[in-house]
Every structure is written in structure tokens, then in C-alpha cells.
Design a protein around this ligand. Sequence first.
Ligand SMILES: Nc1ncnc2c1ncn2[C@@H]1O[C@H](COP(=O)(O)OP(=O)(O)O)[C@@H](O)[C@H]1O
Ligand SMILES: [Mg+2]
Length: 317
Amino acid sequence: MSRLTRQAASGAASGASAAVDPSLLSTAELRQALPLVTTRGLRVAYESGPNVLDGVDLDLFPGEMVALLGSSGSGKSTLMRSLTGFAPVTGGQVRVAGHDVTNLRRGELRTLRSEVGQVFQQFNLIGRMSVLTNVLTGALHGAGPINLAYGFTSAHRGRALELLDRVGIAHKAKDQARSLSGGQQQRVAIARALMQQPKLILADEPVASLDPKLADSVLELLREIAVQDGIPVLVSLHVLPLALAHTDRIVGLRHGEMIVSGRTSDLDAAQLAPLYADDADDTDDADADAAAHTAPVSAQASAPGSAPAGLARQEVA
Ligand SMILES: Nc1ncnc2c1ncn2[C@@H]1O[C@H](COP(=O)(O)OP(=O)(O)O)[C@@H](O)[C@H]1O
Ligand SMILES: [Mg+2]
């Protein structure tokens, strides 16, 4: 990223007026400098329950891999769902790839969803179908029933094979998806997401079912995609060392509020500890499990909901 682009990016992220006259930037630089995702004051509540997201301000820029951290129930999946119009937003703004997500007609919503690749903990493949067919289904996003009737073109097949090659499992193309290992299945799911030519990738706990070595390689692949394809990748994780090793930026939720936002290189486990601090309300086992998977969390817990010292909300782009 050029100096000018960096200036523009930091201006956009802090909400300050642009530090650089946009007319000085090329189109490519402008694309890099503008966030693809912006939420402001985002609130979500299910039915008449309490807010499960409360005032979340998030920016995601092209080419960056961002970790989303927080205990079980802190709102990570809900935040991801709100970016594709699947969460009941009760306040604030959500913009993704130029769409005003809280205000979309059905056709526009379908377009938005076709532009967002998703990767899940359980891979969500069709186990009895071939690896190649699973990847091809990525091309169905945004296609209406008429398109389906014509099946896949040879161009689709060529692209699916290229993507399988890119994720390192072209030799498995004809195998049944369920015959692959977990790590391989997640690579198929990533290839399927890429088949959509996504503008954004949301990966919700993508390595929670994988052993540590495979987790590293899958996260490395996702980061490579962010950089090479120039798209943001938002990845929720519950193992702190993985977030520290593989992401450019970390945002952290606690009880639906974003209490951590910073460059990964500026953060350490102690600064992230408040995300997992004990709380009288947090009694479910999943939280204990999440804390157990973190790096040494030795810092004193700060008051619930407070940001750790030096980590003001939205402090760093
Ligand atoms: N469909 C739903 N209906 C009602 N409450 C929900 C629903 N989905 C999530 N929640 C609640 O919203 C909160 C945040 O959940 P979630 O976003 O799944 O957290 P995380 O992904 O961080 O574990 C939790 O209290 C959860 O119980
Ligand atoms: Mg979740």
C-alpha cells in the first residue's frame, strides 16, 4: 500500500475527514483505501430480547485478515449474520460492498449474498457429492431457478478445478467430499466460497474442528486469499495464539459491545484477557472452554465492558 493510500485508509477508519485529496489517488488506490464493510452504531436484538449487539462500529478494508474474538455468546456469529442481512438489526448502519444492508429489496439481498463467501466450522459440504460438484455449487449463489436448469458450463468446471488446485487438493476433485479429512474438507469449502468471486469472506470458527497444524495451514490459506485477491476476510476464532499469529487486526466483542480494536502487532494476550474475564452472568461451559484455549491470560480482569488500557474502541484501523 502506498503512503497516500495508507493516509487515506487511516483517515477513513478513524472517521476523520480524508487526510488526502481523493483526486490525488488512482482508482486502484481508492479501492484499497475505502472500507468494504462499515457498521456504525449497529444494534441487534432477537424478538423483544436484550441487545445482543450494542453500538458496534466496524470497518473492514480490502486485503486484510481480521480476527473476531469474544466468549461464546458475545455476538460474533450475529455480527457476521448482520453483514448479510440475516440478523434482526434494530439500529445503526450496515454497509457492505456498496449495499445499505438494512434497506435492501429481495433481489439486492440476493446479490449481496452472492458477493459474500462464507466458511463454517462444520464445512457444510454435501458429503455424498464429489469435491468438484461441491465447489461448483458456489457458482449457484445469486443464480435463479432458470440458471439451475442449464447446469454448469465447462467454464465453470475449469474455474472450479483451478480453485481446487489453488487450495492444494485438485487431485481429490472426483472423490466424495465425505471421504476427505477435516482440513481437506475446509479447503473444499474455501474453494466453494472463491467460486462466488466474493468481495468479502466471512469465516465463522473455520478451524474449531481442526487440529492445530491444520488450523495453521487453513488460516494461512485464508490470509493469502485476503492479500492476493485484495478482499477483507473476517474470521472468528477462540484460540488467541491463532489470532495473534495469522491476522492483521483484532476486534473483540464482550456482551455485544466492541471493547477491543487494534492492530494484531500492537496487542498481546494480557490486553485481550478482558474479552474472556469471568463474569457472574457467564456460566456456560463454552466460555470456560474458550478461556482454556487462550494463551496465558494472566492480566487482572478489568471491569466488565471496559476497554483495556490503551485500547480505546476503534482506536486503530
Ligand atoms: N436466533 C436467535 N434467537 C434468539 N437469540 C439468539 C439467536 N441467535 C443468537 N442468539 C443470542 O445472541 C447472543 C449472541 O449469540 P452469537 O452471535 O451466536 O454469539 P457467538 O457467535 O459469539 O457465540 C447469545 O446470547 C445468543 O443466545
Ligand atoms: Mg458463534
